[in-house]
Design a protein around this ligand. Structure first.
Ligand SMILES: C[S@@+](CC[C@H](N)C(=O)[O-])C[C@H]1O[C@@H](n2cnc3c(N)ncnc32)[C@H](O)[C@@H]1O
Length: 316
């Protein structure tokens, strides 16, 4: 009889750890925000560089991340259960912060390894589990609930737009046909259905990869969260403060790139408008360096880092 596979340790290897914390250019007495605590790799490194007067506010929308963060006992550190789209109001309400602006914000968006490796979270077709996919398990609709009631057009739109899946129409049709018989409640049910509907195979990729990504992005409103958070982060920075964003797929990176570009260039208006140059909105951010990618050594040690890109900007 073969022994059961040992459980996967639910740890997270921080991506671009040294590069990101160096990019924050930590001021020992500054106030910093780690808006994606995860398992606290970046937070711990920030705390190691802060002096006794420094402060770090961390947040995560995943209650399991917040529970893991209770292990950090440090008077300079505070961890909240919140979505980063609430960062503006959260900072306003923070005790003792008053109207002080922050010296740096870190966003390491996407999934933590514990989220991907805990079968029960329903993010992965590698395990059979309830099709949940919520990062914040305390609220909102699960992927299974949504698939049970969304229209075929809505399902097709989500899978096409967020998964860039060519077979979105066939998949949505298959979901709507299958749910007449029984609800699509598990990761395996959904993966099997997608596998049948996707007619070609991409090398090295499970046919359900794109559909799982799409559902996850939609259920967690990931792109909306990012679009709402970026201007709030920039507004909260003191002059010279740094914004560091690590993203893991092109849909997110496009939002980051466009935002940083718009904020770092003088306002563009159609020619011949009777507007004087002093009336144009001035740039609020300065881009710092070029986009940074993980080294081959980091990718070898942590293949999940392979799609990461880090962008950095400084408040003017
Ligand atoms: C890649 S992990 C962060 C890992 C962390 N930097 C570390 O070193 O351990 C991303 C984390 O961001 C959280 N997250 C994703 N979207 C979020 C949002 N909109 N608001 C708050 N947290 C979010 C996820 O729950 C996850 O724990």
């Amino acid at each position: 009889m073969s022994a059961a596979a040992p459980p996967v340790p639910l740890t997270h290897l921080s991506v671009l750890l040294r590069e990101a914390v160096e990019a924050l250019a930590i001021k020992p007495d500054g106030i910093y925000v780690d808006a994606t605590f995860g398992r606290g790799g970046h937070s711990r490194e920030i705390l190691a560089r802060l002096g006794p007067q420094g402060r770090l506010l961390a947040l995560d929308r995943d209650p399991a991340a917040v529970a893991a963060g209770q292990a950090i006992s440090d008077p300079r550190f505070e961890l909240r259960h919140a979505a980063f789209s609430e960062i503006g109001s959260l900072l306003k309400g923070l005790d003792g912060l008053g109207h002080a602006r922050v010296a740096g914000v870190m966003l390491d968006i996407g999934m933590s390894s514990p989220q991907l490796d805990d079968a029960e979270r329903g993010f992965s077709f590698r395990f059979d589990a309830p099709l949940d996919m919520r990062m914040d398990t305390s609220r909102g609709q699960t992927a299974a609930e949504w698939l049970g009631e969304a229209s075929q057009t809505e399902i097709e739109k989500v899978i096409k737009n967020y998964g860039e899946e060519r077979f979105a129409h066939a998949i949505a049709k298959a979901v709507v046909a299958a749910r007449v018989e029984c609800s699509i409640a598990t990761t395996r049910q959904f993966a099997a259905l997608v596998e049948k509907a996707v007619r070609t195979r991409e090398p090295g990729q499970h046919p359900a990869t794109r559909s799982f990504q799409a559902l996850r992005i939609f259920i967690n409103q990931e792109l909306e969260e990012l679009s709402l958070a970026l201007p709030q982060c920039a507004a909260q920075l003191a002059p010279g403060g740094r914004l560091v964003v690590i993203s893991f797929h092109s849909l997110e990176d496009r939002i980051v790139k466009r935002f940083l570009r718009a904020q770092s260039q003088p306002q563009q208006l159609p020619r011949r408008l009777p507007v004087r140059s002093v009336e144009l909105l001035k740039p609020t951010l300065r881009l710092v360096g070029k986009p940074v990618f993980p080294s081959q050594a980091e990718i070898d040690a942590n293949p999940r880092s392979r799609s990461a890109v880090m962008r950095v900007a400084e408040k003017l």
